[in-house]
Design a protein around this ligand. Structure first.
Ligand code: CUA
Length: 350
């Protein structure tokens, strides 16, 4: 009884806390296509071609089977409840049906072999796509977000971001895929097929975006409670714009100008934020959660869950479990003043 009333009190407190949060303005998430049939690069186009071959073949086979079934039903000899059973058919030799079954089995084997050959050829073609001058990226999947690290021969040129992959249009992209905890799968249907991210192994995904745009990606392997809220965006942009973006991302965070944001910065450095997050150029250097150095330049929060607006950011920090139950980000008790200062500081991280 005591436990029950305790639970009811806890629920009431949680409801009151949720009600006190500012209502989220209805800012929509970025419009981004997530369509297999709109191939925006050669790899995706090969996958669509293979899919079309399978669709046509399987439709034709299904239609033939249904037609044969309807024909058999139509020509079946009718018998009534009082007809005597015809037992001679048990041992009767039927060369006609036997021939048809043999032909159907042969046709099935040939068609299956053709589909296998089409898959193998597609796989070969994808493996042989030119990768000269490729952009090298390392994506690590976590429950439930993505680390995106831009690799370079020069270590000082490397940088990290989260839940957004920028790529230049027309240049091949090679992504090394890793997983931190369980199996995930990266799927950006407009650019490439699915690829699993496995703990303890590195797999490779390659694609090229031929059209500028924002393409939605999604984790495509059930990985726990918030699997559905594990999205990301691929932003394909002209090469000059991509270079400028890279330059900006390599910079450490700028020092905030106004007093409120400065207070936010020292809060981020001195409270539990710094135990998980990094902001380059500050004392926050942890690597357990998304790098926040250029948080304000990203389009969404919490791996495509919320639009990146000050209201959504405040609401997310105040109660992450409300937006993404089960996420590793804890609810940290803080005053409204502190919350607003932190939001102001994070807003300066362009
Ligand atoms: Cu990660 Cu599903």
């Amino acid at each position: 009884m005591k436990a029950l009333s305790g639970a009811i009190r806890a629920l009431a407190a949680a409801a009151a806390a949720t009600a006190a949060l500012p209502a989220l303005a209805a800012t929509p998430l970025p419009e981004a296509p997530h369509r297999v049939l709109d191939a925006m690069g050669p790899q995706a186009a090969h996958v669509v071609d293979l899919w079309r071959i399978f669709l046509v073949t399987c439709t034709a086979v299904t239609a033939a089977i249904v037609a044969a079934l309807l024909y058999i039903l139509w020509r079946r000899p009718r018998s009534g409840s009082d007809s005597t059973p015809d037992l001679t058919m048990v041992n009767r030799s039927e060369p006609g049906p036997r021939r048809h079954v043999t032909q159907a089995v042969a046709a099935s084997v040939v068609l299956l072999l053709l589909l296998v050959a089409a898959s193998v050829f597609t796989d070969r073609t994808l493996a042989r796509m030119p990768l000269k001058d490729a952009v090298n990226i390392e994506v690590t999947a976590h429950q439930w977000w993505w680390t995106v690290r831009y690799r370079s021969g020069e270590v000082w040129q490397e940088f990290e971001t989260a839940n957004e992959i920028h790529v230049p249009v027309g240049r091949p992209v090679v992504i090394q895929l890793k997983a931190d905890d369980v199996i995930h799968s990266l799927w950006v249907p407009n650019l490439a097929g699915k690829k699993d991210l496995l703990p303890g192994r590195t797999s490779i995904m390659q694609f090229r975006a031929d059209q500028p745009g924002i393409y939605r990606g999604q984790c495509a392997e059930f990985c726990g409670y918030q699997h559905a809220l594990m999205g990301l965006f691929v932003i394909a942009e002209p090469p000059e714009q991509f270079e400028a973006w890279q330059q900006a991302q390599r910079q450490a965070a700028a020092e905030p100008a106004d007093a409120q944001a400065q207070r936010g910065k020292s809060l981020v450095e001195s409270t539990s934020c710094a135990m998980c997050h990094a902001v380059q150029g500050t004392r926050a250097q942890a690597r357990r959660a998304p790098d926040l150095t250029h948080l304000a330049s990203r389009r969404t929060l919490a791996a495509g869950t919320l639009p990146n607006t000050p209201q959504a950011l405040a609401s997310w920090i105040a109660d992450p479990q409300r937006h993404k139950p089960g996420t590793n980000m804890p609810t940290i008790p803080m005053s409204q003043d502190d919350l607003q200062a932190i939001v102001a500081y994070l807003g300066t991280l362009q």
